[in-house]
Each structure stands twice: as C-alpha cells, then as structure tokens.
Design a protein around this ligand. Structure first.
Ligand code: TLP
Length: 382
C-alpha cells in the first residue's frame, strides 16, 4: 500500500513500522509453532485435497449414487485384491461393522490385550455385536498363532465359543510394531484349520507395508475383512475403508446405515480419500525416519526407558523410568509447543505424520530431552 500525500519522512516511518510489524508477526508465528505429535490423525488436508474436494462430483451415497465414493470404493478393492469396499466415516465404525458381519451374539473375539477394539472403541463389540473380547497378552504386542491357539474355545455347553480372530497391524499401543508375513501366514493357516474368520484392523496397514516392503495383497491375504484408515498417515481429513467380498460388503452397507454412517453426498470426502490412497503411501518412509530420530534421541536421555527395536513405523512409545510423571511432562512440553499423548502414569506416545517435518522433530527431540532431564534433576522424574 502507498501513502499518497505523505511527505517522504512520514512515508519512511510508516514503512519502518510495517516492517517492524511483519518481523514481529514472524517472531510470534515461529514462537507459536506447534509440533503436534499426539497422533497422525491431526493432519490438515493439502491444497490438492481441498481443490479436489471443491471440484468433486457428488450424489447420494445411501442410494449408491455418489460417483466419487464409488470410484474410491472400486480403487480400494483393487489395491487390496478384494471384490468390494465400503467407505465409512471412521476406523472404529469400520472395525465394528466388520465384527458384526463376522460374528454371532454370544461369541468371543480373540484380540491382543492392547487392541484398539478393546481399549478405544467404547465397548461397541459388546453393544452392537453382543460379543466379548478375549484379550490375549503377547509380549511385544504381536499375536502369533501360538498365542491364539491357546485362547480358542470350541463350541460347547460351558463356555462362549470363539467366533472371530482380530489382528491389528501395525499394533498401535505396542509402539506401531509390525506383524510380518510369516506371522500372518501362520495365523491365516491356523484360523482356516479351525474354520474361524479373521478381521484385520489395518488402520496403519500402509505403514506396515512400507516397513516390510510388502504389497497390500500379500500382507492382507486370507483376512475376511480389512479396515484401513485414510485419515491417519495417508493424510485425508476424514474416512476409512472396509474391504472384503461383495456379499459381505453388501451386508456391511446395511450395518453402516444402522450405525448412522450413511453420509449422503460424501464424494467431497472421498475426493480427498482418493488422493490419500494414491499419494499417501509414498511418503510414509519419511514419517518412519522421523520417528526413529525421536526414539534415538530419547534412548540417550536419562530417565527414559525405550525399546528401540519396537520403533518400526511412525509411533514411538517410551516410559519414564521413575514410573510416573507422564501427565506433568505432557503439560511442560505443551508450554514449549510440543504436543504428546500420555498413555498411563509413565508412558508417552509420539506419532509422526505429514504435518511434522524433520526439522520439527529435531526441535521436539530437543524439548523432550531438556524437559525430561530437567525433571530428573528436580527430582520430579526420579
Ligand atoms: N487410533 C487413535 C486413538 O483412538 C487411539 C490414535 O490416535 O491412534 N484402529 C487403530 C489401530 C487405531 O489406532 C484407531 C485410531 C482406530 C482403529 C480408529 O480409528 P478412528 O479414530 O477413525 O475411529
């Protein structure tokens, strides 16, 4: 903006104030920079996604008439080598619909003791499917056929029979650990010999695929249903997919409606989902490298217990050796612009994603190290 009518001196002063203001704002912005490591669910849609959302062709998806949703469903089915797919608002809904289609009320669902369906899905397996979750503890969080075989209850008059086996890959609360192809193949063979169906909570299955260098078809072969999230590492603002046989997905569509998940002109969301599906996997390796950077910095920090071998993807879970102090540390980190999640009295989770750069992770690692070491010195983390 010019300053017509002002003498040269006044104009120079105005320019000076404007520049002062700009550098002040830049300082404030850099001070206010938040590195959000609470979850990979926090990413904002890219400009490309926003443009695609604005331009999306839409229709009423409850009538099956949204062309963009239909395209996303076809593409997801193709990537996973399945007959059909269903776009659902959340991973939770995808998991719970799958469980509903694969079980009968009164059965048990075998899952690892830290599984998302057990800890974070509001007991919906009990409410919606009428099933109990049989929690099986696996050291390191990865269920193998050996663990599962011991927990199977056959049909009979004394105990609830096993109706389903659920696997989470990557295993969130095990620090994003990966079930490898051999572990999965044994589970598929074992389940098939017991005629038990399998559901895969693959909220972060693309992270597993990148970590293993495996294709999606090989990694999910033998699972009756697979849920994966577009809204986590892949970077879409909203949405998850369920894939499986055409017949099962037709039933899943009915259950989605029953749960209130018929989203009508959902093509605006599916448009971002399509970009997430095609482009998202390509950059997950960066998230994994950033998680490793954080983990290695923590491994060299007094007062921290961390198993570096557990950091295989984009999640870092560490413990405070003192056995307490996670909530206080999260508060102190927040004051320094780093957001982390406390999972219990001494455990903290950090999750890397598209909206945190390597530089952000270097800054976060510095804040973490300083705050933890200060806590140890002040005796609050001893
Ligand atoms: N996980 C969230 C929280 O709910 C813990 C997160 O921040 O990690 N399966 C797995 C393995 C998940 O981690 C999540 C979300 C879901 C299912 C559910 O997805 P949404 O949040 O879309 O319902």
């Amino acid at each position: 903006m010019d300053f017509p009518g002002l003498d040269v001196f006044t104009e120079r002063r105005c320019r000076h104030f404007r520049e002062e203001e700009r550098s002040h704002r830049e300082r404030i912005n850099s001070l206010a920079k938040i590195v959000d490591l609470r979850s990979d669910t926090v990413t904002k849609p890219t400009l490309e996604m926003r443009a695609a959302m604005a331009a999306a062709e839409v229709g009423d998806d409850v009538y099956g008439e949204d062309p963009t949703v239909n395209l996303l469903e076809r593409r997801a089915a193709e990537v996973f080598g399945r007959e059909a797919a269903l776009f659902v608002p959340t991973g939770t809904m995808g998991n719970q619909i799958a469980i509903r289609t694969l079980t009968q009320p009164g059965q048990e669902v075998i899952a690892e003791s830290r599984a998302h369906i057990l800890d974070f899905e509001m007991a919906t397996t009990a409410v919606f499917s009428g099933c109990l979750i049989r929690a099986v503890r696996a050291e390191g969080g990865i269920l193998t056929w050996k663990h599962i075989a011991q927990a199977i209850t056959p049909y009979g008059a004394f105990r609830a029979a096993t109706g389903l086996i659920e696997i989470e890959n990557t295993a969130n609360l095990a620090g994003g650990r990966v079930s490898d192809l051999q572990v999965l193949e044994e589970i598929v063979a074992g389940a098939s010999s017991h005629k038990l169906p399998l559901h895969l909570d693959g909220a972060r299955i693309f992270n597993a695929a990148v970590a293993l260098g495996a294709g999606m078809k090989a990694l999910t072969r033998g699972f009756d249903t697979v849920m994966f999230c577009l809204s986590k590492g892949l970077g879409a603002p909203v949405g998850s997919m369920l894939v499986g046989s055409a017949e099962r997905m037709a039933r899943a569509r009915v259950f989605r409606k029953a749960l209130g998940g018929g989203m009508r002109q959902a093509g605006v969301l599916a448009a971002a989902g399509l970009i997430a599906l095609e482009e998202g996997p390509k950059r997950l390796q960066d998230d994994h490298a950033n998680a490793r950077l954080l983990a290695e910095a923590l491994a060299h920090t007094e007062g921290v217990t961390i198993d570096l071998t557990s950091v295989e993807t984009n999640i870092v879970i560490f413990r405070l050796t003192a056995g307490k102090g996670a909530a206080g540390l999260v508060t102190r980190l927040k004051a320094r612009g780093v957001l982390a999640g406390a999972f219990g009295p001494d455990a903290i989770r950090l999750v890397t994603h598209r909206d945190v750069s390597r530089g952000d992770c270097i800054d976060a690692a510095e804040a973490l190290t300083e705050e933890i070491e200060a806590g140890v010195k002040a005796n609050s983390l001893r």
